[in-house]
Design a protein around this ligand. Structure first.
Ligand SMILES: [Zn+2]
Length: 95
């Protein structure tokens, strides 16, 4: 699930950007419905968006790392509400 981004150079119009984000969310929810765990990616990269640090640089300040570093694998989810939250957070600027 790649988050949408907001830049002045975005090639999509606001409507197509919203359609793209909606299709992306639908695809993520469909994958989760097949029991495939999904996670957000950085814009224009095939790298997980979270965590934003590696295990060797973990300061424990990320709430999910309080009891030890938590990488992207355990953060991946099939929870539809969590996926919708990720979609809303990553695409907040499109509203
Ligand atoms: Zn960490």
């Amino acid at each position: 699930m790649t988050p949408c981004r907001r830049t002045d150079s975005h090639p999509l119009t606001p409507t197509t950007r919203r359609d793209h984000a909606d299709r992306l969310l639908a695809a993520a929810l469909a994958a989760a419905g097949r029991d495939w765990r999904v996670f957000p990616l950085r814009p224009d990269a095939k790298r997980p968006a979270f965590p934003d640090h590696t295990a060797d640089r973990c300061a424990g300040t990320d709430p999910r790392c309080r009891d030890g570093h938590t990488g992207w694998e355990p953060r991946a989810t099939t929870d539809p509400e969590r996926i919708r939250q990720i979609g809303r957070a990553s695409c907040r600027e499109r509203v």
